[in-house]
Design a protein around this ligand. Structure first.
Ligand code: ZN
Ligand code: ZN
Length: 261
């Protein structure tokens, strides 16, 4: 059996629909060997909608630690999906310094005061080329911040299908080089298939760039319900294999290992 992991899942601790316990059975049924929870956490203007209250982070980590001990047959990891907000690196660093995690996912949802995935209105009347540049800039700042082990959905800006006029390939090349330089992994996020863009993140046309730049990868579902754990993973792994990837990143106590798939 191929060793498969899913490190990006949301439960009722943030905006998921079920408790962490409810994910274990479906994960095992989906053939996963290792799962990790990654609740939304944002230090931006205090608690944001859909995020875990930072005050209860120790309740969350203790809950997952208990779950780790109480189940068998599947390995459980503790993670967070933290909003990267430029200018708040220090606050994020101090906060995360006190949290015991197996990995940290850093994601850019906010550009300014608004999230890029809240609705297509965000894009209307805006220069999409500039938005792409700005988004990738923020993702690269997240990667260079030293705060994160994995970058979440690195081109979420594609979500509603607004396309730049210029070829975005150079942005992907720059991002891949930045991830490699800072020793940060990217995820093949299958949840894009459930969103208006109806495809994985990152754009499969540019996946080869991450391979060429030798950026570590993991496959994640970004599930908000147990039924989506490991969703589209057969296709995702096939896509990675076709692109030349042969190993993926696994994490424990923020130490990364690469294992073949
Ligand atoms: Zn996200
Ligand atoms: Zn997520």
């Amino acid at each position: 059996m191929i060793y498969r992991t899913d490190y990006h899942m949301h439960t009722t601790f943030s905006d998921g629909r079920s408790s962490p316990d409810d994910y274990v059975g479906p994960a095992a049924a989906a053939g996963l060997c290792e799962i990790g929870f990654s609740e939304h956490l944002s230090l931006f203007n205090g608690k944001q909608d859909g995020c875990m209250n930072p005050d209860i982070v120790s309740i969350y980590t203790e809950y997952i630690e208990k779950l780790k001990k109480n189940i068998s047959g599947i390995t459980v990891r503790t993670g967070l999906e933290v909003d990267f907000i430029s200018g708040m690196e220090k606050e994020i660093k101090v906060f995360l310094g006190g949290v015991d995690l197996d990995y940290r996912i850093g994601s850019v949802h906010y550009l300014g005061e608004k999230t890029v995935d809240h609705g297509p209105e965000f894009y209307e009347g805006k220069n999409i080329d500039k938005l792409y540049e700005y988004y990738f800039e923020q993702v690269m700042a997240a990667a260079s911040s030293g705060l994160f082990d994995i970058i979440g959905h690195c081109d979420l800006i594609r979500i509603y299908g607004f396309k730049p006029e210029s070829d975005p390939e150079p942005l992907y090349r720059k991002l891949a080089k930045c991830l490699k330089k800072n020793n940060v992994a990217f995820e093949l996020n299958t949840n894009g298939r459930n969103r208006p863009i109806a495809d994985f993140y990152p754009d499969r046309r540019f996946l080869h760039i991450f391979r060429e730049e030798d950026v570590p990868v993991c496959v994640n579902s970004d599930a908000h319900i147990p039924a989506r754990v490991g969703q589209y993973f057969d296709e995702a792994y096939e896509l990675l294999r076709d692109t030349g990837f042969t190993e993926m990143a696994v994490f424990e106590g923020r130490k990364r290992r690469m294992i073949p798939f």
